[in-house]
Ligand binder design. Structure first.
Ligand SMILES: Cc1cc2nc3c(=O)[nH]c(=O)nc-3n(C[C@H](O)[C@H](O)[C@H](O)COP(=O)(O)OP(=O)(O)OC[C@H]3O[C@@H](n4cnc5c(N)ncnc54)[C@H](O)[C@@H]3O)c2cc1C
Length: 306
């Protein structure tokens, strides 16, 4: 119930305007977002890399409203690749892209062209891009663009969401050599017609998808903070005889940092998703929706300012 309210709020421009101008926001945002500028993101990335982690950087923003916004998001990513190269942070730093920020809801060809430009820059810099997965109305379009991008940039990864009923089939399609699939539970409010609704169903789907990816020939990227799923991931790695370098764990900036280090110490590549930018509102609301305890954190921040 609370999750649905927060996820509905994540789509409200009115609440977004109120929240982004509230003085309290900054301290809460800081826990989950590396900062406003690319320089902030690079600083956070450098600190994580120094601890033996790898990173994927994401410029926050979604649902470009016009072609100018979409082009501006592409240009930010191109500048980011240049800055990563300059800071010698490739290949440990990759990029995560939301196609809706590149114009997917305006024109699929436009989003493809912008994503192809970012992938080309990433390839030239010796790194790679992973596509984030958004709500189910664009899943097909994202999968299609991913297939096209892989023709020229085979390292391009995609995110699949275990809560979607279709995902086991998508995992089967993407278990080929070289396929890079980030498996997460899914962060949007989705109807029962397309998505499992209970935690148990989602977790069971995650394990079925994990088994398919681990048995396949691709490179599974297990994006979860769930201790049970992490333990199952480690178990399946042994079962399917994968060495630690043949998969990776991924977690979000600010979530379970001690676990990130523990897994890295065990020899697994661990990639931290590092978001930055001013358009943090929808991202933050999804983080609050995932864990009601984060609302207490928000409450403490509010009280400390009154
Ligand atoms: C690298 C990465 C990329 C992602 N990309 C996408 C994407 O493209 N599309 C998409 O729909 N979703 C994406 N997600 C989000 C994902 O779908 C889940 O919503 C999120 O990871 C929470 O699920 P969980 O597997 O951690 O399990 P949960 O059951 O939600 O959490 C398990 C435990 O992890 C900790 N935890 C989880 N979330 C939080 C939080 N926000 N704050 C504090 N503690 C927390 C808590 O201890 C919790 O008990 C991504 C997640 C990661 C890690």
């Amino acid at each position: 119930m609370l999750r649905s309210v927060l996820l509905a709020a994540s789509r409200s421009p009115r609440i977004e305007r109120l929240a982004t101008h509230a003085p309290v926001a900054r301290s809460v945002v800081r826990r989950f977002v590396a900062g406003v500028t690319a320089a902030d993101a690079l600083r956070a990335a450098g600190e994580l890399v120094a601890q033996g982690l790898t990173v994927t950087l994401a410029y926050l923003g979604e649902d470009a409203r016009d072609p100018e916004q979409a082009a501006a998001a592409r240009d930010e990513y191109l500048r980011l690749v240049a800055a990563l190269t300059e800071a010698q942070l490739t290949p440990v730093a990759e990029l995560s892209l939301k196609l809706s920020a590149l114009g997917l809801r305006l024109d699929e060809q436009l989003a493809y062209d912008h994503a192809a430009a970012v992938c080309a820059a990433a390839t030239a810099a010796g790194t790679a891009v992973t596509l984030d997965m958004e709500d189910h109305t664009v899943t097909d379009a994202i999968c299609e663009i991913h297939t096209k991008l892989r023709q020229d940039h085979p390292d391009t990864g995609i995110t699949l969401q275990a809560y979607l009923r279709r995902t086991e089939a998508d995992c089967r399609d993407l278990a080929d050599p070289g396929a890079r699939v980030r498996l997460c539970k899914g962060a949007y409010a989705e109807p029962e017609s397309v998505a499992y609704q209970t935690r148990l169903e989602v977790d069971k789907s995650y394990v079925r998808c994990l088994n398919i990816l681990m048995a396949g020939e691709g490179y599974p990227m297990l994006a979860t903070h769930d201790p049970r799923l992490i333990a199952i991931g480690e178990d399946r790695a042994r079962w399917f005889d994968r060495s630690p370098e043949e998969l990776e764990f991924q977690m979000l900036y600010g979530v379970r940092p001690a676990e990130q280090l523990r897994l890295a110490e065990e020899g697994y590549p661990v990639r931290v998703y590092v978001p930055y930018g001013t358009q943090w509102y929808a991202y933050l609301m999804r983080r609050l929706a995932e864990r009601p305890a984060n609302l207490a954190f928000l409450g403490r921040a509010l009280r400390s300012r009154t």
